[in-house]
Design a protein around this ligand. Sequence first.
Ligand code: ATP
Ligand code: MG
Length: 350
Amino acid sequence: MSRDRDDSRGRPGWAAEAAARSQLREVEPLPTILLDGVSKVYRDPMTLKPFTAVDGVSLSLEPGEIFGLLGPNGAGKTSTIKMILGLTRPTRGTIRLEGRDPQDPTARRRLGYLPENPCFYDHLTAEEYLGLVGSLFSIEPRTVRRRAEALLERLGLRVHGRKALRRFSKGMTQRLGLCQALLNEPAVLVLDEPMSGLDPIGRADVKHILREERARGATILMTSHVLAETEPLCDRVAILHRGRVLEMGSVKAILESDVLEWEITTDALPDQRMSLLREAGHRVDSVGSRWVVRVLDAGALQGILRTLTEERVFIRSVEPRRESLEEYFVRVLEADGVGTASGRESGGRS
Ligand SMILES: Nc1ncnc2c1ncn2[C@@H]1O[C@H](COP(=O)(O)OP(=O)(O)OP(=O)(O)O)[C@@H](O)[C@H]1O
Ligand SMILES: [Mg+2]
């Protein structure tokens, strides 16, 4: 039973505990989402054979961060999210939402959720649907109307507010999914593939909205396969594979990894120099009207720059290239035995 329910108020023990808890919050805020050794084992309904979809996951999300749960198809992301929401129970381990059990309805009041494939009552209009969601959260109808109007505007659905949902496209349904997730001004937002089905403008809108929500103080847990969009958005990520966390860390630290290569861009490149560079093992590509020379080590870079300058080649830029989140993701998974199609075609990567 929740200790914060009204029926326990007035008891000396409760007051002392609440005071202790609020002092604790001042010193160190509670993690908004906490998973400790969480596993989920599904059983085949016919054979009862067990299958471990989530295997000992421990995570702790701090207030006000955007956390990306990344992983290939079938890694266990949605299974983890369903347990965080209290839709299914962990087979092992503990989950806390702002210190509460996710099965406790009070834990879910401050939660916003966008499911992986949102699917709504399609005879309703967008406005009616948001009205229904508002009533489920017991929000005053006037407040619901005000918030719904603002959210429909923010997600580019204002002109579609009175359209039946069966006439919504995939991207419009996804946008409405975000409206309903934000309607209760949640403290914790859980978004399963928020970029799915959205056009580039929609994806930019979502990034903007999620940053606004973080600035408002919300904590966001999201999954995504669109890592180029995730990279500038997430503060931290965890990479999940076969239900286990392989790596977890700050995106900034991943992007500040060692330089992979240097890219020299030139306007023109004499044929002879191009051949010599290629013979020395450097990659040289023509990109539009320019040339890009890729150099793997900083020592060789100095020599090449000196030679190009002596040969009066105009150097436009010299840029270090570091590992992207997507490259990091592929590297971590390959190290765990996942083969990519390009790796398979070339007989495996070295
Ligand atoms: N209700 C269920 N019963 C049995 N197995 C399930 C159930 N739900 C998921 N699984 C299995 O658990 C594994 C993880 O599935 P999950 O949906 O969590 O993956 P995911 O990481 O969200 O994948 P995707 O990127 O494709 O959405 C998969 O092998 C899936 O087949
Ligand atoms: Mg999923």
